[in-house]
Ligand binder design. Sequence first.
Ligand SMILES: CC(=O)N[C@H]1[C@@H](OP(=O)(O)OP(=O)(O)OC[C@H]2O[C@@H](n3ccc(=O)[nH]c3=O)[C@H](O)[C@@H]2O)O[C@H](CO)[C@@H](O)[C@@H]1O
Ligand SMILES: C=C(OP(=O)(O)O)C(=O)O
Length: 417
Amino acid sequence: MEKLMISGGRPLHGTVQISGAKNSAIALLPAAILAESEVVLDNLPQLSDVAVYIEILEDLGATVTWEDNQIKINPSHIKSIPMPNGPVKKLRASYYMMGALLGRFGEAIIGLPGGCNFEPRPIDQHIKGFEALGATVSNEHGAIHLHAKELRGARVYLDVSSVGATINIMLAAARAKGSTIIENAAKEPEIIDVATLLNSMGAIIKGAGTETIRIEGVKELHGCRHSIIPDRIQAGTYMIAAAATGGNVLIDNVIPKHLEALTAKLIEMGVKIEELDESIRVIGGGPYHHVDVKALVYPGFPTDLQSPMTSLLTQAEGVSVLSDFVYSNRFKHVPELVRMGAKIRVEGRSAIIEGSKLNAAKVKATDLRAGAALVIAGLTVEEGITEVSGVEFIDRGYDHLVTKLRSLGADVWRQTE
Ligand SMILES: CC(=O)N[C@H]1[C@@H](OP(=O)(O)OP(=O)(O)OC[C@H]2O[C@@H](n3ccc(=O)[nH]c3=O)[C@H](O)[C@@H]2O)O[C@H](CO)[C@@H](O)[C@@H]1O
Ligand SMILES: C=C(OP(=O)(O)O)C(=O)O
């Protein structure tokens, strides 16, 4: 098992290139199987979640060529095979195989997803959507069985604006008969990215990015070429790391609008921000004011940046309150930060954070963004070496993390236990 070793206390300086978005990539890869010919995706991030998805597509019989940041997927010879176990258990977004296989073959058997389990993550809204489209759905020994003689368009009102359910229903409805309307749809940029790919493949989807999405089903979809949007969460993590270390970093290849909620909070704390067309410069240094943060659905502050933000708020003066209205128990990073000397207590869905200096310690990442939070915390520590285990979670979402941090002047390395 590998650990990340961090000798902190160095302000980050320089330019970092942001990769394509993980949460887009792992929805676009399954979307590609709805086409009858080759789909090419550019700006593909090199992540363990992406590698697992490729394994799933190859198991189905797709021909996949992956070179650097481009992937070619030819799904013309894929077959519908049951996947109750195996790679689908390794990541959360394997739930998109349900919508994609249902859309292509009218049937699927997919094991319940794995991935980061910081709290129970139900998929009832996905299932409600599939049932509305005419599928029968059952859970048999931990695998979801879906079957539809014919998928028919329907109106689906989501009880919660779920990213996964919105995308899954779009995937199943793209080739259904008739029109589907998703109400209270999630509005995250990754949903627009999936709709853009599907439309380039010949689908008719309108309203992605708003709370009402309309899908006019078509008989067949074809191949196309698409470039994945930049990863706003990876970008936000480097922005927070730059601020936490008092550095000066140009975060390049981003869509600044996707980061507005974070940018506004950083400015409120006293961080200097310069927004350019496709990049953001973060100039830290402090002293930082305490702020209150509420993680909400897009365009609110992203829950995926809540844990990294906790680490930054330990560096602010006074008491900050950070509440998560998407995942009320996403605080597994807190006891680890407390090990490093942070003064944080969790009350209900909020973390109450009192500014304090952090110390080096041996800590454990138990999910992806908790891992990012611990790395940022380690970068602020002035003496000693912080050891972060659970690197496999961090590798799910941050490609070339050590190389990128080292290029910004951080003293970080991987060590095998
Ligand atoms: C692969 C991917 O894109 N992952 C992202 C996606 O996860 P994911 O798509 O799983 O998250 P959702 O948007 O579905 O979850 C939002 C909220 O809805 C609840 N819910 C969701 C579905 C459902 O059927 N029933 C239900 O109650 C969840 O428990 C949660 O409280 O969006 C999350 C919220 O922005 C992010 O943290 C994840 O990084
Ligand atoms: C929770 C996350 O991802 P996933 O939904 O894939 O577990 C994340 O990216 O922070």
